[in-house]
Write a protein that binds this ligand. Structure first.
Ligand SMILES: [Zn+2]
Length: 234
């Protein structure tokens, strides 16, 4: 996927983090941002965003503040120890944002990200051992966050994934649909981990005719199902 990477203060394009994303097959746009003029840095980032329309914007430290201050449309945001209190005026991120921060960060307080997460309803993940977040663990969490958000999955599933690793049963739910052919109510298991929009063909266990089953998972994790007859093409 296409990722716009916004580097930190006194950093330069081509650092460990954008290189890591690139090495994992992503197209990374990594503009040089002015160190002294925050407004100019935001303008540069906005021009690159509008030109490339990335699915995900990653902002590191001061670059995290830049990410908050551009108009990022429908793109998803991943910020690493964002310095939002030090630069810019924006005090919130989109709720479907992932914030990565180490509690041992010696430059930007972990509490700043706790406050940002509270302001926004965003997801804060504690990871790493310092401000740089350039060790293997934070790098892999950054990649995972980009791929999760960029794939269009929502944070409901992120919560499920984090909380229920040892309890696969919680991602299974029972729901029912009415068979279009015979009118029977059919109860089936729904696997929430398959995504919020699912569509598959299943034969009705009562009348054996094929239905296309549509599954929509809402924001509360409730499954809504309906069936339509499968077109047989003649
Ligand atoms: Zn039926």
């Amino acid at each position: 996927m296409k990722i716009l990477f916004l580097h930190g203060w006194h950093s330069v394009p081509g650092g460990v983090k954008p290189t890591y994303l690139q090495d994992h097959g992503h197209e990374v746009i990594n503009p040089a941002l002015d160190d002294n003029d925050f407004g100019l840095a935001v303008m540069t980032a906005q021009v690159e965003f509008d030109k490339h329309l990335p699915q995900v914007v990653v902002g590191s430290s001061r670059g995290g503040a830049v990410a908050l201050n551009i108009d990022s449309g429908n793109a998803k945001i991943v910020v690493l120890c964002p310095a939002w209190k030090n630069w810019g005026t924006v005090k919130k991120v989109k709720p479907e944002t992932i914030i990565l921060h180490s509690r041992a960060d010696e430059v930007i307080p972990f509490a700043d990200s706790e406050e940002l997460a509270r302001n926004s309803g965003a997801k804060l993940i504690e990871v790493g051992i310092d401000h740089r977040l350039a060790d293997p663990e934070p790098l892999s969490v950054m990649l995972w966050a980009c791929e999760l958000l960029g794939s269009g999955q929502d944070l409901l599933q992120l919560d499920e994934g984090l909380l229920s690793d040892d309890d696969a049963a919680t991602s299974q739910k029972e729901s029912s649909y009415i068979c279009d052919a015979c009118g029977e109510e059919i109860i089936i298991p729904v696997d929430l981990s398959e995504g919020v929009h699912q569509k598959y063909v299943e034969d009705c266990p009562v009348c054996c005719r094929a239905n296309i089953i549509h599954v929509e998972i809402d924001g509360e994790g409730n499954a809504n199902l309906w069936a339509e007859p499968e077109q047989d093409g003649d």
